[in-house]
Design a protein around this ligand. Sequence first.
Ligand SMILES: [Ca+2]
Ligand SMILES: [Ca+2]
Ligand SMILES: [Ca+2]
Ligand SMILES: [Ca+2]
Length: 556
Amino acid sequence: MYGKRNHLVLLAVVLISCLARSTVLEAKIPEAVGFWRFEGDTTDSGKGGNNGTLKGAATLVTDPERGNCLQLDGEGYVDIPSGVTELADADFTIAVWIKTTRIGIPILSKSNGNIEWETREKELYVADSEISEHDNNGTVEYVGHGCDWIRGSAPVHDGHWRHIAVTWEAEAEEGRIYVDGAEQTDEVGFNGGPDNVGDTVRIGFSESAHSRGNFVGQIDDLAIFDVALTAGQLAELMRSQSGPITRATNPNPEHGATEVPLQVVLTWRPGDLATKHDVYFGTDPEDVASATAEPSSVYKGRQDTNRYPTEGQLKLDYARTYCWRIDEHNRDGTVTKGAVWSFSTDTMPTTDPDNVGWWKLNDISGKTAADFSKHARKGTLKGGLSFDRDSVRGRAGKALRLDGKDDYIEIAGFKGVTGTRPRTVSAWIKTTAPRGEIISWGTDEHGEMWILGFIRGRVGVTPNGGYLYMNDPVHDGRWHHVAAVVHEAQLPNLHDHVKLYKDGNIAEIHDIGLLDLWPIETGADLDVRIGKGFNGLIDDVRIYDRALSEDEIQAL
Ligand SMILES: [Ca+2]
Ligand SMILES: [Ca+2]
Ligand SMILES: [Ca+2]
Ligand SMILES: [Ca+2]
């Protein structure tokens, strides 16, 4: 009796202390090694004591929302006379508030400061898709020269204060990007190449080729830690610096998204205190920015849920830019006006008579892939593949992630370009697994198939018997454009009449030691299929029944 009761008490004590302990551990934020709060000066209140110096036109200002902060105009920066901590070869976190409408701007760099992007220099920046040739306008990225990237997926250039962070666990090689306390990692290839001895930190300074000019906007509470903070710690850090986040965040479609399907539902993360939401939606950014909760063409009413429309989908027009804004009605009776977010919809299907199939894979729900050729040859997702689950940020708009097992897309009833006819097939791919098909059709006999896919680890074509593949590997985890062209010939063969393209240029062919004279006479049994056995991302798959020129392929 006595013993049992004692055990129960002991158990309760252990449970309570475990709970208390885990809560404390989760929330406890370690001391920063560098912490610049810009409270009227550039003092470092972290443990490193690395006080900064304002350079150029950098100034300290007072912001209505965040109080004292740093203001940069594209030329100034803050110089930190130290490397602060290792920003690659050991765990670290950089966490900071930024407010900007610009893209292609640096937040923090660690370098020798000569404005030349050199081996193992590092930069945290807001991406510009024109520089990166990646559909990532306004997202946060961390890069090292020769070290690859940690890439975020959520744009942050909406002119409101956004809390952003990059974390790196060196041993596990885990990198993450956080926006407003929520993980928003798109891809990680970062390899942790150590910092150069003597490189120092600059705030808002452009050292890399990924940004143009210094930061434009405001920066506050920049903290560097020599540990990788958890999501819980980052959320705690953010709230300790700002109180509740009352505005709507994390718009979907993302701010700046392109090639958005015509049927969408708008969703967002509600403010911490929101009970109701005012929805504004239209095509004129000024109307959407200035409208109030009075009847107008852009005010869509006050609602409980964080989706618009509350039921069904919006039906939009092709190739238009739409803007929206969510104002949050808070528990305390206040209203927090939201940012104006925008996105643009997909273009009209082509009228090009030579384009016989074009799957942009921008769809975001269901299992049907729209065809942007004039033939409307819809694809069907197979093997458990679905846009709801497998749609990801693509090369243009969205792309599809295939599992390399049973996933593929079937174009039912479409036999592709058959016989000896000229043709062009192309796709964007991103993979680290060099296997599987990109696109195929034909009859399962020697010489009668037409397969673009991986052959001996390289991209090439085979009619089933004989093959032709490129020399350069493309399975490096980056986007690559691949294409194959069969030129006009009475009896085309791989050696004389087929060209392969990598990233818009004629690809060097792997020397396989023999001339491949297999004829190409494609059968018409199998339906066109995309991505069978392919493990990775695929985007913008096209078929033409004509040999495109090098210039035309470059433009795809
Ligand atoms: Ca401050
Ligand atoms: Ca340099
Ligand atoms: Ca599957
Ligand atoms: Ca796409």
